[in-house]
Ligand binder design. Structure first.
Ligand code: FEO
Length: 402
């Protein structure tokens, strides 16, 4: 059965959620599932904006058939060619032989790589500022390369002020019928998942995201329709302000997140002691994460949120311990910068982790490593507690801005 919602004059949301999915992009844990939005404009011409993932195609066809009410589909705007929005394109062109596809030249290049049908003969290739006249509605295209694929554009409906924003402003998590951000406790229930989504999916491309925000600020936006999660029709600063911060790699919170990789618990012990020392020095909201247990996407998200980070790792096979090694590699791949950090390392006979962690952190842009770097030899001893206390004082002073 169809399940659609009207979201503006002539504009329908046709999205669906997948609650069975374990890993988005087969790598990021999504315990609350995933939503896939797409939209239909019913004007003199009919126009679909983006498709859905393979997992929700049954719901998509029910929705599209109902919303079209027997009309043909004239256009499909392809803002983004990633398969979680494009699984239905080959079947769409079979069902609607006259369908014209609208996208950037790069989108059509990718379409040819992913699919075998003749896309070129039905292509309308657009570039920055081009428009598509649907009757009352005119779609204006704004290129957003590398947010987060090269072909990405967003579409702005001049009549309703609707910005179809592609992957920008999305979040992990399946949705209920409350598809507008103002219909849920967004701050309480969704802000963390929006950050985790941004940091992991788009985080590497802060400069390009900033460029998109600048272009969007020149439009009279009255509704934001992303490809994942909630639509925004008010309180735009709540999401745009966060994006501005994330895209510039500025932290949201002045406090300390401690990440540890510990084989038998001694490095974890040091992390816990440090967190207690920080609390006693008045630092609020300190968090401690086991990098072997917590999904790396959550750790990346917290690294975007917190101003101060501590990396604590055992040495393992002359390397940084597995989860911490993955975290540092991933942080480097996500534009990690502008943070103040502490380092704790453990090694019972050849403590290689310290040198390796410091090399990675010192290679990052605008990352300050605080003294002392704490070396544990197997377990925490009285003298180590003193060193941890010195690191706690340095972190607390830095969090206070001293
Ligand atoms: Fe939601 Fe980049 O695809």
């Amino acid at each position: 059965m169809h399940n659609v919602r009207k979201v503006a004059d002539d504009i329908w949301w046709l999205g669906a959620s997948d609650r069975r999915i374990e890993l988005f992009e087969n790598t990021h844990r999504v315990p609350e599932g995933m939503s896939y939005n797409n939209y239909l404009v019913l004007d003199e011409k009919t126009c679909l904006l983006d498709g859905v993932d393979e997992a929700v195609t049954t719901q998509f066809w029910e929705n599209l058939d109902f919303a079209l009410g027997g009309r043909d589909l004239d256009y499909m705007v392809v803002d983004h060619m990633e398969p979680d929005h494009c699984a239905v394109i080959p079947d769409l062109v079979r069902r609607y032989p006259q369908l014209r596809l609208v996208g950037t030249a790069q989108a059509f290049k990718l379409m040819g790589q992913f699919f075998d049908f003749d896309a070129e003969s039905r292509a309308i290739k657009v570039k920055e500022g081009d428009t598509l006249d649907l009757g009352r509605h005119t779609l204006q295209f704004v290129c957003a390369p590398m947010v987060h694929w090269p072909e990405v554009m967003v579409a702005y409906d001049q009549l309703t002020g609707t910005l179809f924003s592609a992957d920008a402003f999305g979040a992990f998590g399946a949705m209920s019928g409350c598809i507008f951000a103002d219909e849920v406790e967004w701050e309480r229930d969704w802000a963390d998942e929006a950050r985790r989504y941004y940091a992991n999916i788009v985080g590497k491309y802060g400069m390009q995201t900033t460029a998109l925000l600048k272009k969007a600020s020149k439009l009279d936006v009255r509704l934001i329709c992303p490809l994942h999660a909630h639509l925004w029709r008010r309180d735009f600063d709540q999401i745009l302000g966060r994006y501005a911060k994330w895209a510039s790699y500025e932290p949201e919170l002045r406090s300390v997140a401690i990440f540890y990789g510990s084989v038998y618990g001694h490095t974890a012990n040091a992390a816990d002691i440090l967190s207690r020392q920080l609390a006693e020095l008045g630092v609020r909201d300190v968090r401690v994460y086991d990098s072997s247990k917590t999904d790396v996407s959550e750790l990346i998200s917290r690294a975007f949120q917190y101003s101060h980070l501590v990396f604590a790792s055992s040495t393992y096979n002359m390397e940084i311990f597995d989860g911490m090694r993955d975290l540092l590699l991933d942080l480097g791949n996500h534009g990690f910068s502008k943070r103040t950090v502490g380092v704790i390392y453990n090694g019972s006979w050849a403590p290689a982790a310290g040198k390796l962690m410091l090399a990675q952190l010192e290679a990052a842009k605008d990352v300050e490593v605080l003294e002392p770097v704490v070396h544990l030899v197997s377990s925490v001893k009285e003298e180590t507690v003193g060193e941890l206390d010195a690191l706690a004082h340095a972190l607390a002073a830095s969090v206070r801005g001293e």
